[in-house]
Design a protein around this ligand. Structure first.
Ligand SMILES: [Zn+2]
Ligand SMILES: [Zn+2]
Length: 108
């Protein structure tokens, strides 16, 4: 603890490349926090709480479901493919809506 590994920067508030499709994801637009790919909706297990980058898992997080709440709008549910942690994230305005709708369909 307290040690900074070489190459680890104090700031990670920049864009990142999608673990799934390689899409370069820009830093959050208009102050809304974003942690998933607008194209395929996959995320990465980097946060314990949104934005804190406190998780060391770094596993790819698959979008498993979408919830609709009248207040928040669409909420994506991600599950880490490595440690099975689940996370909820609001859908961003520029997310691929078709991909969101696809998740809503009952499988099978
Ligand atoms: Zn992607
Ligand atoms: Zn994980």
């Amino acid at each position: 603890m307290g040690l900074y590994a070489p190459g680890s920067r104090g700031e990670e508030n920049t864009g990142f490349a999608c673990v799934r499709c390689g899409e370069l994801i820009p830093a959050h637009p208009r102050g809304s926090y974003r942690n998933h790919c607008p194209r395929c909706l996959w995320s990465r297990h980097v946060d314990v709480f949104p934005g804190d980058r406190a998780a060391h898992c770094l596993g790819p997080m698959r979008p498993v479901a979408v919830d609709y709440s009248g207040k928040k709008g669409y909420v994506l549910i991600h599950r880490c493919t490595v440690c099975a942690a689940e996370d909820r994230n609001r859908v961003a305005p520029d997310d691929d809506f078709d991909a969101v709708v696809e998740l809503q369909r009952p499988s099978g």
